[in-house]
Design a protein. Structure first.
Length: 140
């Protein structure tokens, strides 16, 4: 009888609130440190601001991926002229495919789900990142 392969991997989720802590300070470096301390193979992030001016405060997806050594998959829920805002999947595993889904409800803040298929130990594993809520209106 064949022994099954060990498929263990760790997953975490973290609402980064635009990298603003409870102290009101925006600090992407602090968020990157927390992500590293999680020691997870896959991290689902919510409320990531990814604008195009290139600073770590605004290009958060790129900064957090680079600072933590992860590959990032974008799952924006809001598109702006200067960038995106929404969900992100950080992973150490190869990405096989990804799909963004609009799961918004009328008269509520836009919501999305990021459906990512990863190659984990030679198996296709689906991870879905989302951020649910019932806040009225869209974010600016």
């Amino acid at each position: 009888m064949r022994k099954p392969r060990d498929l263990r991997f760790s997953v975490a989720t973290y609402n980064v609130h635009r990298c603003v802590g409870t102290d009101g300070v925006q600090d992407p470096e602090r968020v990157a440190k927390v992500i590293g301390e999680l020691k997870a193979d896959v991290v689902g992030l919510q409320e990531v601001d990814s604008r195009s001016d290139g600073t770590q405060e605004s290009a958060q997806m790129d900064y957090l991926a680079q600072a933590t050594g992860f590959t990032a998959v974008a799952g924006p829920t809001l598109q702006r002229v200067d960038g995106e805002y929404g969900n992100v999947l950080l992973t150490h595993w190869p990405v096989l495919q990804s799909c963004r889904m609009d799961i918004s409800f009328p008269k509520r803040e836009p919501r999305g789900a990021l459906d990512v298929l990863l190659d984990i130990h030679g198996k296709s594993i689906r991870i879905v990142v989302t951020h649910l809520g019932l806040t009225h209106g869209a974010m600016s």
